[in-house]
Write a protein that binds this ligand. Structure first.
Ligand code: SAH
Ligand code: SF4
Ligand code: F3S
Length: 436
């Protein structure tokens, strides 16, 4: 039986929504009077906030649990996140963890921890109708770039994906609750807010307002300098949202719009419900509204039955779009999804080769995009200290990392002349302000 913990550590894997959830769980534990441990190895309670998206991500949980128990240490272990939702009881059987809590139930973490300390089984993977958000403590101290979950879940059911099962149906938080939390984040130190959702652009409220209306409202918050949102689905990319990219100055010129494949047969087998062409036409309209927009995407190679020629279509799409940055993955069969039952598994070697070729093309475009930023002057939001004394790191409007020498502090916005570009970052010098 684990004893009542005094210190905690939350470790998040997977997407940004898990990062957000991890912060909220930390706030919950702090509210209970627990203090933050310096590391997972020193904590009485370790919350593993897990990801189920690919097999590797899931296996990480079990190797982490093993590592935490090395040398006979016995911290209380809580498994949260998408693996908790997907595997439930199975995790207790396989790894004898103390607490299992799903992404829609983590507001109950204090009770579950108390139950576990009292020797009771502590498992909660309910997806209650009432949202967890009302039961979470107020936001206190946050980074200059803060996350804010506005929408959760997914109704799209792409055939390869576990998210509709682990996160449940699409649910939008109410307008007012989001605006309140945004204000609280700004009061707590945020200068930039990234609105999060598994399909963030599917956000809608009872009055028929969409994400564009929310963004236009947040635009009015004094002290908030930047707005971003992620991840979007092509089918929810309304003209009104595209127009917001033209009109709202605080909305940053960056769009993450996953496509997964550049071939229509594969897209159909994936149940993506957009075509190569409809996707490209959306990007045309986005670029028309905001010509300097940086585009990002997600790709899967080696979906069951994907032929060489079909993969070449993906490479051609990349050549056409010229992403500023993108994520690419080898297809991973996930238990319970339709694609896991499909014939035509692509051999591992072929999959590796396709991923390499795709990543080479994406890296080429990322380097070119960074190179094209050299000579521009832009705002940089300072987020953290660099490795060298006096060096600070921040983000450009196009989400590139920028390092520079400056006296500016974390949270400051500085104007920077971009002088050099590397594959993954930029370097620049601060514009000296004219004396007032
Ligand atoms: N809701 C978002 C992101 C979902 S998960 C969207 O629809 O775009 C993030 C990415 O993981 C996906 O875009 C996809 O590229 C990848 N992914 C999801 N399931 C996968 C699987 N079974 N194998 C490999 N990659 C996967
Ligand atoms: Fe998964 Fe598709 Fe939903 Fe994205 S849209 S979360 S890839 S099912
Ligand atoms: Fe992973 Fe769940 Fe996010 S499966 S990607 S943590 S929604």
């Amino acid at each position: 039986m684990a004893k009542t913990p005094k210190t905690y550590h939350v470790k998040s894997f997977g997407c940004q929504m898990n990062v957000y959830d991890g912060e909220r769980m930390s706030e919950l534990m702090a509210e209970q009077g627990l203090s933050a441990a310096a590391s997972a190895e020193e904590a009485d309670l370790v919350v593993l906030n897990t990801c189920h998206i690919r097999e590797k991500a899931t296996e990480k949980v079990y190797s982490d649990i093993g590592r935490l128990r090395k040398g006979g240490r016995k911290p209380m272990i809580a498994v949260a996140g998408c693996v908790a939702q997907a595997e439930g009881e199975e995790i207790v059987r396989r790894a004898q963890v103390d607490v299992v809590v799903g992404p829609q139930a983590y507001h109950n973490l204090p009770k579950l921890v108390a139950d576990a300390a009292g020797g009771k089984a502590a498992l909660d993977t309910d997806m209650p109708l009432a949202s967890k958000f009302g039961a979470l403590p107020a936001r206190r101290r946050v980074a200059p770039g803060a996350f804010l979950t506005v929408q959760e879940g997914c109704d799209k059911f792409c055939t390869y994906c576990v998210v509709p099962y682990t996160r449940g149906a699409e649910v939008s938080r109410p307008f007012a609750a989001i605006v309140d939390e945004a204000r609280a984040l700004v009061d707590a130190g945020a200068r930039e807010i990234t609105l999060l959702g598994q399909n963030v652009n599917a956000w809608a409220d009872e009055d028929g307002r969409g994400l564009d209306a929310l963004i236009r409202d947040l635009d009015r918050i004094e002290g908030l300098a930047r707005i971003r949102y992620t991840t979007s689905h092509p089918n929810d990319m309304t003209q009104r949202l595209i127009d917001a990219h033209r009109d709202v100055e605080k909305l940053m010129p960056y769009l993450h719009l996953p496509v997964q494949s550049g071939n229509d047969r594969v897209l159909k087998a994936m149940n993506r419900s957009h075509s190569r062409d409809s996707y490209l036409r959306i990007l045309d309209r986005v670029r028309e509204a905001r010509p300097d927009i940086a585009l990002s995407g997600d790709f899967i190679v080696g979906f069951p039955g994907e032929t060489d020629a079909e993969f070449e279509d993906t490479l051609r799409l990349v050549d056409e779009v010229r992403y500023s940055q993108a994520f690419s993955f080898k297809y991973s069969p996930r238990p319970g999804t339709p694609a896991a039952e499909m014939d035509g598994a692509v051999p591992r070697g072929v999959m590796d080769e396709r991923l390499q070729r795709l990543q080479a093309a994406l890296n080429r475009d990322q380097a070119a995009f960074n190179e094209a930023t050299v000579g521009k002057t832009c705002d940089v939001l300072i987020e953290r200290r660099g490795k060298h004394p006096g060096q600070m790191l921040g983000k450009s409007p196009w989400l590139q990392s920028v390092h520079l020498a400056t006296d500016a502090q974390i949270g400051d916005m500085v104007t920077v002349d971009i002088e050099r570009a590397g594959p993954n970052s930029l370097a620049g010098v601060e514009r000296v302000k004219a004396a007032a």
